[in-house]
Design a protein. Structure first.
Length: 534
């Protein structure tokens, strides 16, 4: 295991090694609880790294603009790095869902029925734990397989994916830097098993391991994936010259209002200051509509009564002495604010529909009403408060007349009508490109695909509909058709071998495709897709 320099990473790795060693000696409740704590720490660390990774592509693009011709290739790699990391994380998430569901009610999704939930007398949740957290057979059956020597479980696929995505990460690195960056990428398949009596990597890591421990192992791989993404993004940031002293090429006035939307009769207030990066400004002068304002620490306070409804503008002029070159810099900008009356509004962030089985973000608009007095209620929809104006809505039954009510200080109760719908049927797809839903496909491209997936065309956010089974049939020239059933989206067993037999002129039929989307109680059957091999 490579040794990271960051203290947080080092702590996590040490915890992981110690707990794994203790696990070999004793699978006690205390050890499982320790793995839960480690899993929580891993997930918090993943969140911290992801927040950093979200910002880095913008920083890379910003620095690349200094010399776009030279740095364009690095800027374009950033989003691809993010997508590459997300692909592996999503595949691990799918595997975790399968493991948890297999230890619970086996309905194709992770829900409360997969857990033992402890509640108080008011039905408030006190704790929850997986029904099968101690189960050793689930991970063995799914990840190792019935015969460890065959190495045909999903653990073998995971091992291949780790090696594949490590190689993908290194392709973003220049050849002269590959050795250095390779040592920093924590996503890798360790070879410890080769010094044991285990038959392969999956056998060593997952055979007869409790489910609670295996889920923590998978979280560790997700953590290593996001951390490796962070290494590559920081490498790209360095390649575009972010480590160099910043060059200030311009400045602008900034208006920072207390509220940009005010109620008639209230004052509109804002702070005006010089927007400059990495340097101090001196001798700052700020004027609004020709009137000079007092300036302190580069900021001026501007206030004007808001009387008439509508959009209002004001012009800011500033000047300052650049401390680097001693020249006087000037700029003039126009800002606007809006004055309105009290009102309330509810809008689904994605669209004016609440979808069954998923979290639907809801925004509450209630201008002029103190946030602490706002009340949002519904008999048809479950609402979880995220912030004073943000809620997460969930629903279980379809209707065209779901009501969300909003009230508050100075605002009478107002009802808003929403539709509750099931997620629409996805489209089965194979690979990418214009012919992914059927048609002709090159022989090499067809064989390179891993299995059948789904696509929700025109849907406003990512939803994962799980392919449960389908039948693939090969119709070769002058021969009888041969069929095989596949019990998941990815090819396995006979179906995988059948696909690898493809020759130009063959026709492949994918029929009886069954999927389950979030909120589904039973599987959905999707239309067949057909491909002719060229």
């Amino acid at each position: 295991m490579s040794i990271p320099k960051q203290p947080r990473q080092l702590m996590i790795n040490i915890m992981y090694i110690v707990l794994t060693a203790m696990l070999a000696l004793n699978v006690s409740v205390e050890i499982l609880d320790a793995f839960k704590l480690l899993d929580n720490e891993l997930n918090r660390s993943i969140e911290v790294i992801e927040n950093q990774n979200k910002v880095l592509p913008r920083e890379i693009a910003k620095y690349a603009k200094k010399d776009w011709k030279k740095f364009e290739k690095y800027a374009k790699r950033a989003d691809v790095v993010r997508n590459t990391s997300q692909e592996l994380v999503e595949s691990i998430d799918d595997l975790m869902v399968e493991l948890i569901d297999a230890s619970g009610n086996k309905n194709g999704v992770v829900d409360d029925e997969d857990y033992i939930i402890e509640q108080d007398e008011d039905a408030n949740e006190l704790s929850r734990k997986l029904k099968g957290e101690k189960d050793k057979d689930i991970a063995t059956r799914i990840l190792v397989g019935l015969n460890p020597s065959d190495n045909d479980g999903k653990g073998a696929d995971l091992e291949m994916s780790i090696n594949e995505y490590r190689s993908k990460f290194l392709k973003f690195v220049e050849s002269e830097d590959e050795k250095e960056i390779s040592s920093k990428i924590t996503l890798k398949v360790e070879k410890d098993w080769e010094n044991t009596d285990k038959l392969n990597w999956a056998h060593y890591n997952f055979y007869q391991m409790p489910l609670g421990v295996v889920l923590t192992m998978l979280s560790k791989i997700k953590y290593d994936t996001k951390n490796s993404e962070n290494v590559i993004l920081n490498y790209l940031l360095n390649k575009v010259g972010a480590s160099e002293a910043p060059v200030i090429s311009g400045f602008e006035a900034v208006s920072s209002p207390t509220k940009s939307y005010v109620i008639s009769g209230e004052p509109y207030e804002t702070e005006l200051f010089l927007g400059a990066t990495d340097m101090a400004s001196t001798a700052v002068t700020i004027k609004v509509d020709g009137q000079k304002l007092p300036v302190k620490n580069g900021k001026a306070q501007f206030s004007i009564p808001a009387r008439e409804s509508g959009i209002h503008e004001y012009t800011v002029e500033y000047s300052f002495v650049n401390p680097i070159n001693g020249l006087v810099e000037k700029d003039t900008r126009t800002f606007e604010y809006e004055v309105g009356e009290r009102f309330a509004n509810v809008a689904a962030t994605a669209m004016n529909v609440i979808y069954i089985g998923v979290d639907n973000p809801i925004s509450i608009g209630a201008a002029g009403v103190p946030s602490e007095s706002i009340k949002v209620t519904s008999k048809d929809i479950q609402l979880k408060k995220i912030s004073p104006f943000k809620y997460m809505a969930t629903a279980t039954r379809p209707t065209d007349n779901a009501i969300i009510s909003v009230s508050g200080e100075g605002l009478k109760k107002t009802d808003f009508v929403f539709r509750i719908k099931k997620i629409s049927d996805p489209v089965p797809i194979l690979g990418a490109g214009p012919n992914k839903t059927g048609g002709t496909m090159g022989n090499a491209t067809f064989k390179a695909q891993l299995g059948i997936g789904t696509m929700l065309s025109g849907f406003e956010w990512d939803i994962n509909c799980v392919v449960q089974e389908y039948e693939v049939t090969r119709q070769a020239k002058m021969t009888d058709p041969v069929s095989a059933k596949n019990a998941r989206g990815k090819y396995v067993g006979q179906a995988k071998r059948l696909v690898q037999q493809a020759r130009p002129g063959d026709i492949y039929y994918f029929d009886n495709i069954k999927v389950r989307c979030p909120g589904d109680e039973v599987s959905r059957r999707l239309p067949s897709i057909v491909f002719k091999i060229r």
